[in-house]
Design a protein around this ligand. Structure first.
Ligand SMILES: Nc1ncnc2c1ncn2[C@@H]1O[C@H](COP(=O)(O)OP(=O)(O)OP(=O)(O)O)[C@@H](O)[C@H]1O
Length: 277
């Protein structure tokens, strides 16, 4: 009974704001865009500046943990300055909740493009996309941070422009990633794994993101058994080498610039191959 009562109380405290409500005396809710375990997100109109913004709310039921996570995200966003990363706008507390305001990016996530729109990315498209995305990621690394959540729902396309969003799990390079990073990763003893935030982790995630893009053009042979990506995907040697370095651990890139140089090389090789043929 107590557990049910507590769940009811949390749901009541975290009840989402309604469309049209005014938050922080200036942000009018246009729609709710997300609801995670620690926070809610809204698309709002900044009535003072007459433009759309994204508002993230730490769930009141999560108390100080939710607020601290949002403050850390604020501190990181403040130190970034890139045209394709939503800029920090405001932070405030109101009626027991902390709120983070950033630019709103109108567009579709890479996840929506692949899984809802059926967009197919060939190898060259994927390399060009990865090169662009890595320029944003490199900015984050050069400012001393790692994103730690480089996944297809956290990349938004507006026309041809590629935006990197969601710094909720980002950390300063070398800081410990701890169990309050959403779902804790467990070690072999079932305890939350503690490990330093490293650039290699972002590069590994980019490897998976590239695989999602390349698989957009893959049709499994009916009745055939599932195989590894290196057997299923038909790739040029350059692309294969890049993926192996990103995903297999040994010989991995030590910094994002090195990876960017290799994508540029692979792109110029494949472009000269296509003009030769
Ligand atoms: N600046 C932004 N512009 C546009 N949409 C955004 C922005 N920030 C977040 N979103 C969208 O709001 C939703 C929730 O974003 P949030 O960053 O809170 O992610 P989250 O709670 O970690 O959830 P998820 O697990 O989907 O990443 C997502 O659908 C995301 O695409």
């Amino acid at each position: 009974m107590f557990a049910r009562l507590r769940a009811f109380l949390s749901a009541w405290r975290d009840y989402p704001r309604e469309e049209g409500e005014l938050i922080g005396k200036r942000y009018k809710v246009l729609s709710r865009i997300g609801m995670g375990s620690y926070g809610l997100a809204y698309r709002c109109l900044d009535t003072l500046e007459n433009r759309q913004v994204a508002l993230k709310q730490a769930k009141p039921s999560k108390g100080n943990v939710g607020k601290k996570m949002l403050m850390r995200e604020r501190d990181i966003l403040r130190q970034l300055d890139h045209p394709y990363i939503p800029a920090f706008r405001d932070f405030f507390e109101e009626t027991g909740s902390a709120w983070l305001v950033s630019d709103y990016v109108e567009g579709l996530t890479l996840e929506q493009l692949i899984f809802e729109q059926g967009r197919i990315f060939g190898e060259q498209d994927t390399l060009r996309f990865a090169l662009n995305l890595m320029k944003r990621v490199n900015h984050v690394h050069e400012r001393g941070f790692v994103h730690l959540d480089l996944r297809i729902p956290n990349v938004i396309l507006r026309g041809e422009d590629i935006y990197l969003i969601d710094f909720g799990l980002a950390r300063r390079i070398g800081d410990e990633r701890s169990s309050d990073d959403g779902e804790p990763e467990l070690d072999k003893d079932g305890l939350p794994r503690r490990m330093p935030a490293a650039i290699a982790s972002d590069l590994h995630d980019i490897g998976h993101l590239i695989l999602f893009m390349l698989y957009s053009g893959y049709t499994p042979i009916p009745g055939s058994e599932e195989r590894s990506w290196s057997e299923e995907l038909e790739l040029t040697p350059g692309m294969r080498r890049i993926l192996l370095r990103l995903l297999e651990g040994s010989n991995c890139y030590t910094e994002s610039r090195e990876f960017i140089r290799e994508i540029e090389q692979a792109l110029s090789n494949s472009e000269s191959e296509s003009t030769d043929s």
